[in-house]
Design a protein around this ligand. Sequence first.
Ligand SMILES: *Cc1c(COP(=O)(O)O)cnc(C)c1O
Length: 247
Amino acid sequence: MCPRRFVFIAKALAGFSLEVSLSMIQDNIERIRSNIFEAAIRAGRKPEEIQLCAVTKMVDSKTAQEVLDAGVDILGENRVQSLLEKYEAIGNKAQWHLIGHLQTNKVKYIIDKVSLIHSVDSVHLAEEINRRAQMAGKVIDILVEVNVSGEASKFGVAPGNLEPMLENLALFSNIRLRGLMTIAPKQEKVGANRKYFSKLHELFVDIRSKKYDNSNIDTLSMGMSGDYVEAVEEGATIVRVGTALFT
Ligand SMILES: *Cc1c(COP(=O)(O)O)cnc(C)c1O
């Protein structure tokens, strides 16, 4: 019996009341993984190239721990405060990803805890991450957030400003640029975000060919509960899924 199954059954036998939600989470993960698998195959991609980041911002630490127990290693939080609270409870058994807007003055709290920052949107922020990473004696992986939809409410650099920004980032030797991220608009219609994902993929291929210093570009973070299938079809290497895990 695999250890995860065993833990699950042991918890059920011990009378834990979370049995239902745990099995629901497991079913959801299985469904999401199989959707990712099929989307990858349809697009002629290798399914194992695509990672699942479980976004736990709407659940407590206990439920986040269940996601780990169910076999997802990457947990994403959009706020520093909630990442710190969950880190306190769970520690480095998870790979922590910061996926939301990061204020410069909060970099110091997460620098030794996160394995990837998805949401770098200014040279100023990158400079502070570089400085703190240097103090911590590490090199930290980052993605640059691009506002491909042009929505005024969104963080992220405009596509036209991406190259000048990356030229600046290439000077920072304690950050490693791994790729790009976008948050697509909320849509009613399935497929409506495909054009934004395709655009981000185009930028990704483009910047990869530039071979910037301090970069190793292999990560494309796009797709959430409502649109991760189309994101995978358009080249996502990591999807960020919250709601679909817990409902
Ligand atoms: C909340 C959030 C997600 C997950 O959204 P769902 O629609 O719940 O899957 C993904 N990315 C970011 C940046 C988020 O803030």
